[in-house]
Design a protein around this ligand. Structure first.
Ligand code: BDR
Ligand code: CA
Length: 309
């Protein structure tokens, strides 16, 4: 089993991603680190604790990380999408577990330095904690076996501005650091997440499978209504769960090695990922950009895991 860390800002799709990881025997979730993002750090940390407790896994340590971006305060959060408390208006029971006393970067560095096997890190919120790890513990960061990032967009424009995807927009300077670090990185952006829609029928399957699936479905309900009103879609895009699918089952997505830079300027392009698609890159700082997805298979993977199959 591959040791796994999830760096997250729950968040509806983050909650689903956590539950997917816990339902997947290929990975061993060893640590959850939290970050500012969809809602503030206090709330993302509380939500992470509660989601783990829901799954009966309050033994997994939760360490809180960055409260704010590296440089520029984030202009707004995503409570309008995820609900003011981040989990679509669902109030999960509190966890008996306390937050780990270590800062996220310390917990992450200790795990990376002590693990005998290469660790996969899935970063599904703004990437501030990963940028801090690179700055504070570069030797530990160099031991990351695989870094699966949810964020960015090569061809689809943005989802929070015309140019920017949320996780990059919420800390563009961190994104620039992380994408330039030369780590073994897979970038799972809007190109593959937007076409991967989880519909009512899939949600109904895990809703009926037991209490965890029922709560997951409840968390999705408000998001489903938002998607119907905002985009007219009969289903939801669970970005972070697709990134986790790639973390759990490498090769789920088709990737191409590309040079990627982040627009960190103050203008309308702030937070845009500029992916050079002219030709595959062999530069040491290039990243594997996800460009192809079998969306039906990815949705089936998620639904069947959440349904306990
Ligand atoms: C990303 O933004 C957040 O709102 C989601 O949780 C996901 O990580 C999608 O752009
Ligand atoms: Ca997220």
């Amino acid at each position: 089993r591959t040791p796994l860390v999830i760096d997250t800002d729950p968040g509806i799709d983050d909650a689903l991603a956590l539950l997917l990881a816990l339902a997947s025997p290929e990975v061993d979730l060893r640590l959850v680190t939290t970050v500012h993002g969809n809602v503030d750090l206090t709330q993302t940390t509380e939500n992470a604790l509660r989601v783990l407790h829901l799954a009966g896994r309050s033994d997994v340590p939760v360490a809180a990380g960055a409260r704010s971006p590296l440089v520029v305060p984030v202009p707004r959060r995503a409570g309008h999408v995820h609900g003011a408390a981040g989990l679509g208006g669902v109030e999960l029971p509190p966890s008996p577990a306390a937050v780990d006393p270590r800062p996220a970067v310390v917990a992450l560095a200790e795990l990376l330095m002590s693990s005998e096997q290469p660790v996969t890190v899935a970063a599904i919120g703004p990437w501030t904690n990963i940028a801090l790890l690179l700055a504070v513990y570069p030797d530990a960061a160099a031991r990351i076996g695989r870094l699966v990032l949810m964020g960015g967009s090569a061809t689809r424009g943005g989802n929070v501005t015309a140019a920017a995807e949320f996780n990059v927009w919420a800390d563009p300077e961190a994104a620039a650091v992380v994408l330039g670090a030369g780590l073994p990185t897979v970038l799972v952006g809007l190109d593959v997440t937007l076409p991967t829609v989880l519909g009512e029928a899939g949600i109904a399957r895990f809703a009926a499978a037991g209490p965890v699936g029922a709560q997951a479905a409840a968390i999705l309900r408000q998001y489903l209504d938002h998607a119907r009103d905002a985009y007219g879609t009969d289903g939801v895009v669970v970005h972070d769960a697709l990134a986790l699918t790639e973390a759990i089952a490498p090769g789920t997505l088709t990737t191409v090695r590309r040079d990627v830079v982040v627009d960190t300027g103050p203008g309308a392009g702030r937070g845009q990922t500029l992916v050079d698609r002219r030709a595959p890159s062999s530069s040491p700082s290039a990243v594997q950009v996800a460009e192809g997805v079998d969306s039906a298979a990815a949705v089936e993977f998620l639904v069947s895991r959440l349904a306990g199959g």
